[in-house]
Design a protein around this ligand. Structure first.
Ligand code: ADP
Ligand code: ASP
Ligand code: MG
Length: 422
């Protein structure tokens, strides 16, 4: 008998019919002779709707209360899914993250799992019961408050439980047939990867490919746990995310894929005095405000004024904290003003083969230039080129770069079965 952990994302449980279909699939897995633990996300766009609601009553809701609110989304879906399974005549129990033993630190909105003690789940399995767990949530070890793991965090709940329960498989069910060379919602010609390594997937997830939560891939790599990403709307095989395939027959492609991210913003600190220590003071203030910075660009200083501009990118959700933190030190640093822009998009081309293949940058920038797309910021690593463009140019930029690197599938269109892409 195998132990299977399955995770169903929001679009897979968007309404009553979807929930009944998923219940059937879970029961089939059980009837095939497996023990089954299911992690479930909030129905459809519930989490976004709850965030909108919170913002209507308070522009900056207290993080503890926001977590309390958002975890309600997964509570609804776990209970309703358990009802649908019970209706099919099977023993089932739902558990909150806290009941399932998901212990986190106390950082609301982006809590890290520090321990998993799934005693109640093991108990349920031993009785032949199907266990349904609310994804994306845990309980803080110190404060005992309810926490959330960050957007998309149900994937991480599933992998963490699979590791703690020593599951044979962790299946992540979503609304596309696996991991593709780009988001199929933007690039219908994207090609599915049958197998992808943790390293490639980490880089794609870190650059915005939200098909898997970054921490879930980190977790899977740490425990060497294979993940099967697949659609809950089809019976097709999806993508296996696995450890190194060296020595294996599988050939790793030069380019893993194109990722994009619309959740970033850009802040420019204008008129910074050009003397040693100014950048340090700016980034210290940001760190103290708990803001994570991604790209940084400093302009050449103007000879007449001896001042320069420093631009950096950050999550849109951190703009208010960054602005407040910098305004506090404006007097001591002596910069002139701040400007923020949330209408940007980031595109990243990722591939381990880039290190040893000259000409990748030339092809990349030519593709954007030929499409008349202006590049605002650039950052590179050995295996990645990222650029910031206008948000309105982002989709086109992803498509032209994808084509320029020959990633378009030879036949067929990538199917998007559900979801709103929100
Ligand atoms: P779920 O609600 O099931 O967790 P998500 O919306 O979080 O689903 O993730 C699935 C979505 O990820 C897909 O619908 C697709 O639009 C998007 N996506 C982005 N990049 C990729 C990629 N490289 N491969 C597959 N899907 C991707
Ligand atoms: N419901 C949460 C979100 O929308 C968590 C998840 O779906 O993984 O981000
Ligand atoms: Mg997700």
């Amino acid at each position: 008998m195998a132990l299977v952990v399955q995770k169903y994302g929001g679009s897979s449980v968007a309404d009553a019919d979807c929930i009944k279909r998923v219940a059937r699939r879970i029961v089939d897995t059980k009837l095939a002779g497996n023990d089954v633990v299911v992690v479930v996300s909030a129905m459809g766009d519930t989490t976004d709707e709850l965030i909108d609601l919170a913002e209507q009553v308070s522009p900056e809701p207290p993080a503890r209360e926001l977590d309390m609110l958002l975890t309600a989304g997964e509570r609804i879906s776990m209970a309703v899914l358990a009802m649908a399974i019970a209706d099919l005549g099977h023993e089932v129990k739902s558990f909150t993250g806290s009941q399932a033993g998901v212990i986190t630190d106390s950082s609301h909105g982006k809590a890290r799992i520090i321990d998993v003690s799934p005693g109640r789940l093991s108990g349920a399995l031993a009785e032949g019961t199907i266990a349904i767990v609310a994804g994306f949530q845990g309980v803080s070890q110190d404060t005992k408050d309810i926490t959330t793991l960050g957007r998309g965090g149900s994937d991480t709940t599933a992998v963490a439980l699979a590791a703690a329960l020593k599951a044979d498989v962790c299946e992540i069910y979503t609304d596309v047939d696996g991991v593709f060379s780009a988001d199929p919602r933007i690039v219908p010609a994207a090609s599915r990867r049958a197998v992808i390594t943790y390293e490639e997937m980490l880089e794609l997830a870190a650059q915005g490919a939200k098909v898997l939560h970054l921490r879930c891939v980190e977790y899977a790599r740490r425990f060497n746990l294979p993940i099967h990403v697949r659609s809950s709307f089809s019976l097709n095989n999806g993508t296996m995310v696995v450890g190194s395939t060296e020595g294996d027959k599988m050939e790793q492609p030069i380019i893993s894929g194109v990722a994009h991210d619309r959740t970033q913003a850009k802040v420019t600190v204008l008129g910074v005095p050009d003397r040693p220590g100014e950048a340090a003071a700016i980034f210290r203030a940001l760190a103290e405000s708990g803001v994570n910075i991604d790209m940084i660009v400093q302009n050449v200083s103007a000879v007449e004024t001896g001042r320069t501009d420093i631009t950096f990118t950050l999550p849109q959700t951190d703009v208010a904290a960054a602005t407040a933190g910098l305004e506090q030190v404006q007097g001591t640093i002596g910069f002139e003003s701040l400007r923020s822009d949330t209408s940007i998009g980031k595109l990243s081309l990722i591939g381990a083969g880039m290190r040893s293949h000259p000409g990748v940058s030339a092809t990349f920038f030519s593709a954007l230039a030929d499409a008349g797309i202006n590049v605002d910021l650039i950052s590179t690593s050995e295996i990645r080129i990222s650029v910031v463009v206008r948000e309105s140019d982002l989709d086109e930029a992803v498509r032209v770069v994808h084509s320029a690197f020959g990633l378009d599938a030879e036949s067929g269109e990538a199917v998007v079965y559900g979801g709103t892409g929100r």
